[in-house]
Design a protein around this ligand. Sequence first.
Ligand code: SAM
Length: 248
Amino acid sequence: MLREAPMARIDFDGPVAAVYQSGRGAPEGGLDGWRAALGRYLPVAGPVLDLGAGTGLYAELLRTWFGVRIVAVEPALAMLRQAPPEAWRAVGRAERIPLVAGCCGAAWLSTMIHHIADLPAAARELRRVLTPGAPVLIRSAFPGDQSRIALYRFFPTAGAVLDTFPTVAEVEAAFTAAGFTLRERRRIRQVNAATLAEFHDKVRHRANTTLLAIPDDEFAAGLANLRAAATTTPAQPAISELTLLTLT
Ligand SMILES: C[S@@+](CC[C@H](N)C(=O)[O-])C[C@H]1O[C@@H](n2cnc3c(N)ncnc32)[C@H](O)[C@@H]1O
């Protein structure tokens, strides 16, 4: 049984769009684990749908890593206009994807599943726009993953927000009802920043749903924690594990 759909968590047409690129991303090689994991599924014959593409951080990586054509679909124009011009770009939502049936060879959903208001509708739409057998590749943090994510060591109250995200079981149920089967569930290690000072420089932009959900004083206290740790352990990298769900 799916929990009630959340109200929009963040307005990505608001101020976050201007700082998103500076607040996210990874150092050189920091996403090699993702490259290796996705290499089992990509490239594919048709274009890859990057759903909720944001500023196209991953559109650009997938294009470079695998030479695939990207269709970036994203509701916030302020985000989408930053996506690489090499991608086909369309304004739209997961619940009503503005594409014809059977046009994409794979779908990539990176840290966006918790923004979808109607997950069963989104799963049905993905079934419609993908070719038969095409993989849906979901990259996300899920409830209970707090200890695996570098951010929540410094911002524990933001970590609590993760428990409002859809669970793996809820995602699987929505996609199963639309005709998909969960094939793989893996944790992928990534380096968010080579040092904690570098991590602080990203995190201070607050380009993260869970950081925007906490009060300003808790955000300031977390940043102070992070600054202190960056001073005492300057060489320590920020490392996290997110989950890759693959459905076909
Ligand atoms: C945290 S960002 C992730 C952006 C990008 N996928 C990445 O990994 O950098 C979440 C994105 O999902 C988009 N989004 C929100 N609701 C959506 C929906 N219903 N359908 C598709 N995308 C949505 C937001 O506008 C935002 O750009």
